[in-house]
Each structure stands twice: as structure tokens, then as C-alpha cells.
Ligand binder design. Structure first.
Ligand SMILES: [Zn+2]
Length: 265
């Protein structure tokens, strides 16, 4: 069985120390590696993970081209990395950016409303979702609470539900089980719908019983193992998931098969 971690991040070697220390002090998080591509892959080796999605994030429109350049550089590295590009809502040519991401062979688009400065329900994101539908690009959004913004949630389950209604053909993953701290909202607004979840950061914030309810009420084919490296190691997420009573078949889907299906459009 090929194990795929569907939620990781890494940075160019020269930028990694600064990127990590900034996030570390802002978010009070402790990185599990040095934030580089090779540092990430070393932890995946240690934790028995074969491949990963790297979810790159453009935190402003000016950075976007550079971020997507890096995403393209690391894509398919050692046949282990499925790299995602990013589109910032302020970027002047959103449709062109989606086309470029598709043509570069990247596997999807990552959006992080907290880091991008807009709520996910803001109309600024509408052209991005439309372009990703047009170019058949899967989208992963950060969903729910983020350590940088504990009082203002930028992507609530009800906001995500409205996106699904508006873009029924969109292949969308709400990271962190849709919202690490609001499993009831996820249960009522998202479970059973055409949405994917990843398990990112579950060990560090979620309740086992909440996650169990989400899994019991959602399509098991739409749940993907993801750690959120460098902020949580795959071995930590695995230990959390071991507390759920998953069958071998469910594990096979969650630890790899579902991720491959998510990116095959
Ligand atoms: Zn993440």
C-alpha cells in the first residue's frame, strides 16, 4: 500500500528558516523539521510515508508567481511530491493563473483565507473557484480555526457549504476535517455532501469522538490522511487516527487511495 500524506508544506531552502520562525512565533507552533523539501522527505521516510501533496500558499498577489515557480520546481521530485499551486484573490489575472497552473502540471490549488486576508465566503474568491472548475483543478482550502486567528474564523462550515451549492462541479477539500473545533457544524452543514476532508493537525486539536461522528456520517472515499507537516508529523496524526476504530478497508482508502482519486480529474 502506498501511503500518501495529503497535507504538507515546505519552502525554498533560502527562505525556510525565516518562514518557519515567522509562523512559529505568530502561531506558537513547533516545527517538526527545518521546513525544506529534503527535511520534509526525511520525516516522511522516518514515519513510513511514500508520497505527499505539498500545498503551497501565495500570501499576497506579488509573491504568487514565485510561489508557483517553486511549486513547479519540486513537483514530482523523486516521484514523491504532488505539488499544488496557489492563487491569491488580488491577483490581476485569475483565469490566466489557473490555466498556467494546469499547464505546468501542478495537481491543484491551495487557498488559505487566513493568510490571504479574506474570508472564504468573500466574493473575491468566486472567480478562483470558477476558474478551477473550468480547468479541472482540485482545490484545498484551509478550513476552520487557525492559530493565527483564533477569534475570527475565515472559513466556517456554513461558508464552505455555500461554495458547494454555488459550484457543484468543484472538487473541494476542506482541510482539518472541515473545522477542527466545530465538528457539530461540520456534521450538520458538510457531512454527506460533495466535499473532501483531510485529517491535518488532528492530533494537536481535535476530539476523537467528534472526528468519529464526522467519519460515520461522511463518504469514506472522501477522507484523506494528511499531517500538516511541518506543524504535525505523520506519526502523530497516525497515532490519533489509531484511536478510531477503522477497518483495514477504510485505512487503505484514507491512507492513499482517496488522495490519488482526489487529484485525478
Ligand atoms: Zn497546512
Amino acid at each position: 500500500m502506498t501511503v500518501i500524506d495529503s497535507h504538507t508544506h515546505c519552502f525554498p531552502d533560502a527562505l525556510a528558516p525565516r518562514a518557519l520562525s515567522k509562523l512559529e512565533s505568530n502561531e506558537a507552533l513547533t516545527p517538526r523539521c527545518d521546513g525544506t523539501r529534503d527535511g520534509l522527505l526525511a520525516v516522511l521516510d522516518r514515519d513510513g510515508v511514500d508520497q505527499c501533496f505539498v500545498l503551497n500558499i501565495a500570501t499576497n498577489a506579488h509573491q504568487q508567481d514565485k510561489v508557483n515557480e517553486f511549486a513547479t520546481q519540486i513537483n514530482r521530485y523523486q516521484n514523491r511530491i504532488y505539488s499544488f499551486g496557489s492563487i491569491h484573490p488580488d491577483y490581476p489575472d485569475i483565469r490566466g493563473a489557473a490555466k498556467q497552473i494546469k499547464e505546468a502540471g501542478l495537481y491543484g490549488v491551495k487557498l488559505h483565507p487566513d493568510f490571504m486576508g479574506y474570508d472564504i465566503g468573500d466574493d473575491k474568491f468566486t472567480p478562483i473557484f470558477a476558474a478551477c472548475c473550468e480547468y479541472a483543478l482540485p482545490v484545498v482550502i484551509h478550513a476552520g480555526i487557525d492559530p493565527t486567528s483564533r477569534s475570527h474564523i475565515h472559513a466556517k462550515p456554513e461558508d464552505v457549504a455555500r461554495i458547494l451549492e454555488r459550484f457543484p462541479s468543484l472538487r473541494l477539500c476542506a482541510a482539518h476535517f472541515g473545522d477542527a473545533c466545530d465538528w457539530e457544524g461540520v456534521l450538520h452543514r458538510l457531512c454527506g455532501k460533495n466535499i473532501w476532508f483531510d485529517t491535518g493537525f488532528s492530533a494537536l486539536g481535535m476530539s476523537v469522538s467528534g472526528v468519529q461522528k464526522i467519519i460515520a456520517n461522511h463518504d469514506i472515499h472522501k477522507i484523506m490522511f494528511g499531517s500538516d507537516m511541518p506543524w504535525e508529523a505523520p506519526s502523530e496524526t497516525k497515532r490519533f487516527l489509531e484511536q478510531l476504530s477503522l477497518s483495514d478497508e477504510q485505512k487503505r482508502l484514507i491512507y492513499g487511495e482517496n488522495a490519488l482519486r482526489f487529484i485525478s480529474m
